[in-house]
Design a protein around this ligand. Sequence first.
Ligand SMILES: C[S@@+](CC[C@H](N)C(=O)[O-])C[C@H]1O[C@@H](n2cnc3c(N)ncnc32)[C@H](O)[C@@H]1O
Length: 220
Amino acid sequence: MLHLAIADSELELVPKSIVEHPAVVNYARRRGKKPEEVILDSSYHHSALRKLEDGERRGRPDIVHICLLNALESIANKEGLLRVYVHTRNDEVIYVKPETRLPRNYNRFLGLMESLFKNRVVPKDLELLRIEEKTLNELVEEIGPDEVFVMHEGGEFMKPRDFGKVLVELENPLVIVGGFPHGDFRSQVKGKKVSLYREPLMAWTVVNEVLVNFEASLGL
Ligand SMILES: C[S@@+](CC[C@H](N)C(=O)[O-])C[C@H]1O[C@@H](n2cnc3c(N)ncnc32)[C@H](O)[C@@H]1O
């Protein structure tokens, strides 16, 4: 089983300090929600983000959306060989059941995340998504992987194809990909740093490279 964690993801509700900012208030009103119940999104809350620490990297639920779509629709997942987790900047972990069919539409995805933050599980009966307070290190301990790989542009270079071969030799590897647009991991993560390319890649590209090469090494 391959475990994939999208870590330090920039997925959060609008922080208290900016709930009264006009960009947030107007956006929430348009969506018929309370300002404190909406997900922070840099494309809508750009002016409010300037007032926040780390504002240049926060409010990127789109990264989580694309990574999850790619992972959940992958052949590895359809074959029952993948578990996906989203860890957020506020140390929460979202557990995603493999059979989850995420909305393709971005605004619907935001609505789903808002409902998850409010109700802690969605939907109530199937519990496809569940969120818990948890650090990345606590998640790693819980998974108990035989090896942890931290995908990092400054890590040891490995061709994606060779990395796939390394993964299939293990029982329970964990691959960690940063769910943020700029900078480095905020969490202190222990693991082998691996670079798949000489330049920085988008998180969803790394997810795809890891999964496709894992599948190829399995002969899928
Ligand atoms: C957009 S990058 C993070 C920001 C990047 N440090 C920058 O400033 O452009 C998102 C994640 O993709 C992964 N990643 C990016 N480039 C990579 C590479 N060349 N090899 C392996 N993983 C990479 C890392 O896990 C990283 O945290």
